[in-house]
Design a protein around this ligand. Structure first.
Ligand code: FAD
Ligand code: NAI
Length: 465
């Protein structure tokens, strides 16, 4: 240790990096975390998961009051939007949680090295002009917005924005065009639709939410359309021109054909994210990136250079905070000589729209490619709690192996699908069969009973349909 400043130096303090740093310190390793942002917590806490959920939650209340959902339950209100106050509670949520990480760093004796880090050799990084040598370096630099050529983001002008700009709009746009029908487009598009914007979503593919189960994608499209989001599928944006306070977009069918124009007050570019490796000096460490710009690791999160590890959005796999966190814990444990494992086959994903959309494991399409399957479906309309709460949209789908009955995937569209999916992930982690779920006693009346009934439907015996 004599020559080293730290046992572990983590680059980046997002959910991957800060969690890895805390676990390493808990395991008795001398740990530092370099972060270039002014606050800890990475994309997720500063401009991602947390502020987006603050706006989603608040706008759900507004919508419930505005769209008659509250009146249906005997509460007559006429909502008045106070957007500065709504932004205020978003900023407070971020402040509270990023400050919380700073507190946890102090509590666990993790040194925060303030500034952007770059490698000068395989075991040394420079931060704010000072060199630090570490036995182990974890790259947890995360990701940033993928740019769209011809559509230049300028968050300050609030006309063409990325997700960060879309969280901070000072007024509700008359017309918002979302480029990309993925998670960010649908979540942030929903926020501004609920607050009064007309929202058009332009998606390159023939369906929204790529990677999700086919039935889920179709049903989600129907629900969002019913809510008023307009979709232009199989369409690409060629360019955008800002004219004063508006943008004029040129669109073309994805397969080629006649162009059309579309005027927008705000354009949200949400076509994906790419790993952050620029300026890291990876070459100095002897590291390269793959074709997608990601750093490759083995199952233990070790790169090909001994002593350098990588986790989170910067490595292959879904770009999700909980995946990054679990990798952070496993990586720190592996460095400490323990056995840290992440089961990448069971990583839930949730879209926090209304209703929520969640899934874990294989889609029906993927499962069928691997062999014969049995599928059980149960509509939320037949779930007593959802029906009582006036939340009829959605369903649960359980996909099981036809021979062994082992659960291969679970998909839900329901108001609380994000909470429901945890039990499915746990069941799959324990190798459950659909029968195991069907015979597990679920509390009544809960939305989760729909998972039990969908599991019962795998063998054709649900009770309530
Ligand atoms: P990041 O959180 O990106 O953190 C990396 C950190 O490293 C950054 O703070 C960056 O400043 C720092 N850094 C980069 N380079 C250097 C350097 N050279 N030196 C020092 N520091 C550096 N995921 C979910 O699971 N649920 C959600 O609800 C969700 N909502 C999202 C909403 C939005 C709008 C966005 C954009 C993303 C959302 N995500 C969500 C994705 C989630 O934010 C990421 O998957 C997660 O933050 C990845 O964690 P990470 O630790 O790998 O990297
Ligand atoms: P995404 O990958 O979810 O969706 C991008 C969409 O844009 C795709 O449907 C794609 O087909 C489409 N697209 C790509 N190029 C296009 C083009 N030129 N024109 C029109 N459409 C185009 O990416 P998104 O929404 O930007 O989110 C990035 C990542 O952030 C997600 O993959 C997710 O991992 C993470 N995230 C997670 C959240 C959650 O867990 N709730 C919330 C927000 C983000």
């Amino acid at each position: 240790m004599a020559d080293y400043d730290y046992d572990v130096l983590v680059i980046g303090s997002g959910p991957g990096g800060y969690v890895a740093a805390i676990r390493a310190a808990q395991l008795g390793l001398k740990t530092a975390c370099a972060e270039g942002r002014e606050t800890l917590g990475g994309t997720c806490l500063n401009v991602g998961c947390i502020p987006s959920k603050a706006m989603l939650h608040a706008s759900e209340y507004f919508d419930a009051a505005a769209n008659g959902a509250m009146a249906k339950m005997g509460i007559d209100v006429t909502p008045k939007l106070n957007l500065p106050a709504m932004h205020g509670q978003r900023i407070d949520a971020v402040k509270g949680l990023t400050g919380g990480i700073e507190f946890l760093f102090k509590k666990n004796k993790v040194d925060w090295l303030k500034g952007y880090a770059n490698f000068t050799s395989a075991d040394t990084v420079e931060v704010a002009g000072k060199a630090y040598r570490a036995k182990n370096i974890i790259i947890a630099t995360g990701s940033s917005v993928t740019p769209l050529p011809g559509v230049e983001v300028d968050n300050d002008k609030q006309v063409i924005v990325d997700s960060t700009g879309a969280l901070e709009l000072a007024k509700v746009p008359g017309h918002m065009v979302v480029i990309g029908g993925g998670v960010i487009g649908l979540e942030l598009g929903s926020v501004w639709r609920r607050l009064g914007a007309k929202v058009t979503c332009v998606e390159f593919l023939d369906q929204i939410l790529p990677g999700m189960d086919g039935d889920v994608r179709k049903e989600a499209n129907k629900i969002f359309k019913k809510q008023g989001i307009e979709f232009k599928l199989k369409t690409k944006v060629i360019k955008a021109e800002v004219k004063g306070k508006k943008a004029v977009l040129t669109l073309e069918p994805a397969a080629g054909g006649d162009a059309e124009t579309l005027e927008a007050d705000v354009v949200l570019v949400s076509i994906g994210r790419r790993p952050n490796t620029e300026g890291l000096g990876l070459d100095k460490a002897g590291l390269a990136v793959n074709q997608r710009g990601q750093i490759e690791t083995d199952h233990d999160f070790a790169t090909q250079v001994p002593g350098i590890w990588a986790i989170g959005d910067v490595i292959p796999g879904p770009m999700l905070a909980h995946k990054a966190e679990d990798e952070g814990i496993a990586c720190a444990e592996n460095i400490a000589g323990l056995t840290g494992i992440v089961n990448h086959d069971v990583i839930p994903s949730v879209v926090y729209t209304w209703p929520e959309i969640a899934g874990v494991g294989l889609t029906e399409e993927q499962a069928k490619e691997k062999g014969e399957v049995k599928v059980g479906k149960f509509p939320m309309l037949a779930n007593s709690r959802a029906k009582t709460n006036h939340e009829p949209d959605g369903f649960v789908k359980v996909i099981a192996d036809a021979k062994t009955d082992r659960v291969l995937g679970v998909w839900c569209i329901a108001s609380v699908a994000g909470t429901m999916i945890a039990q499915a992930a746990q069941a799959m982690e324990f190798g459950a069969t659909s029968e195991d779920i069907a015979y597990t006693c679920h509390a009544h009346p809960t939305h989760s009973e729909a998972i039990k009934e969908a599991a019962m439907a795998v063998t054709g015996k649900p009770i309530h349909i």
